[in-house]
Design a protein around this ligand. Structure first.
Ligand code: MG
Length: 388
């Protein structure tokens, strides 16, 4: 009898969720879907239920949950709220979950899945930024693999396979530079939401697209790499590479350098996370270097993109600093998307949240939740004061 891999997708109606389902469609005879989860896009979720017949769904937004219950009558479990998403993640029949949630909401479901020894394909970097120590320690204890669905971390994983960690000198994460790489800093205060959402290379959700425009996304990836690969801050560098063809570099102690290349298509790292350490045959568009022609690389401008600097600072400080970094960023990005603050105030708000905090010890998930909650309240106050 054929063995199915049983999978749940957290955030199945988001950009990574949809692309994960596309990948699974191409290899669908190997996968059985247990749970799909969404926040508010219930009509799209309903279409996915009709197509994939999951064991159940979880809807994190409560009003959307009730609307789904009223509109649809599927023969499957319907779970509600963050508790419901965590239950879907920890469902004992899962072999693997794709965790493609947005922001801090990913922490709890990931921890619960790990405690049930379920493999994690992780697309939500905020989980490792806020709770990297707790998550990686729990995963180690339970013998659970965490494979990042991020083009850079997928690249590094592919470069270090068969290598010893102590032979890595440093890694260099590539960054496209986002839509404002060539925009003069004086113009930052006038940049519109629409301009910021117009990423040159990658099609992604709104939050991560703004994070890419500020380079906070790269800062998060530095912290993510620190936890995933056990590297120190001074071993992780960032380089701007506008073409997004080289997905990252690994420098070794013998001065040899490896890189992984590919067209900017998230389906490639998704497929690798599902098949790791194997590879599945896929007919995605082929990379043709003669068509690409030139690959460019530049030092990041840390004066212009202060979020990247703030991320390094928070990582070096450790403790509660990365949690504050993440929570303040989520609030600031939302305020920008809601037309409440100009683009250039995003780093200022995060900096104020970091500077004005009372440093707290974080040991447990409750500590992390508290710091996250407090920071959100304080950041909203900071924004209110800036607007007055
Ligand atoms: Mg990335």
């Amino acid at each position: 009898m054929k063995e199915f891999k049983k999978i749940s997708i957290l955030g199945s109606t988001g950009s990574i969720g949809l692309q994960s389902l596309e990948v699974i469609d191409l290899i669908n005879d190997n996968y059985k879907i247990n749970f799909l989860t969404a926040n508010t896009k219930i009509d799209l979720l309903a279409k996915q239920v009709e197509k994939y017949h999951p064991v159940g769904v979880a809807i994190s937004d409560e009003a959307s949950y009730w609307e789904f219950k009223r509109k649809y009558n599927f023969d499957c479990k319907v779970l509600c709220g963050e508790e419901g998403v965590a239950e879907a993640a920890a469902y004992s029949e899962n072999d693997i979950i794709i965790q493609a949630l947005v922001g801090f909401s990913g922490v709890k479901p990931t921890l619960e899945a790990i405690s049930n020894k379920i493999k994690i394909a992780l697309a939500n970097k905020e989980t490792l930024v806020s709770a990297g120590k707790l998550i990686t320690e729990a995963a180690k204890k339970q013998g659970v693999e965490i494979i990042a669905i991020d083009s850079e971390h997928s690249a590094i994983l592919q470069c270090i396979i068969g290598e010893k960690i102590e032979n890595i000198k440093k890694i260099v994460l590539t960054a496209s530079g986002g839509p404002f790489f060539r925009t003069p800093f004086e113009d930052f205060k006038n940049l519109s939401v629409e301009e910021a959402l117009n990423h040159p290379n990658w099609q992604m959700g709104n939050k991560i697209t703004i994070d890419s425009a500020t380079l906070m996304n790269k800062g998060f990836e530095v912290i993510e790499a620190h936890w995933l690969f056990g590297l120190k801050a001074d071993q992780i560098e960032v380089i701007i590479h506008p073409q997004s063809i080289v997905h990252s570099f690994v420098h070794f102690v013998d001065s040899s350098v490896k890189a992984q290349l590919g067209l900017p298509d998230m389906k490639i790292p998704i497929a690798y996370a599902l098949s790791y350490p194997n590879r599945i045959e896929f007919d995605f568009e082929q990379l043709d270097m003669s068509k690409i022609g030139t690959l460019e690389f530049y030092e990041p401008d840390l004066e212009k993109f202060r979020c990247l600097n703030l991320a390094y600072k928070a990582m070096n400080e450790g403790g509660d600093a990365p949690i504050v970094l993440n929570a303040a960023n989520e609030i600031a990005v939302q305020a920008f998307l809601d037309y409440q603050i100009p683009f250039d105030q995003i780093p200022l708000i995060i900096e104020l949240a970091l500077e004005n905090r009372q440093v707290q010890d974080v040991i447990s998930i409750e500590d992390i939740n508290n710091v996250d909650k407090e920071t959100r309240i304080k950041t909203k106050e900071i924004i209110k004061n800036l607007r007055n």
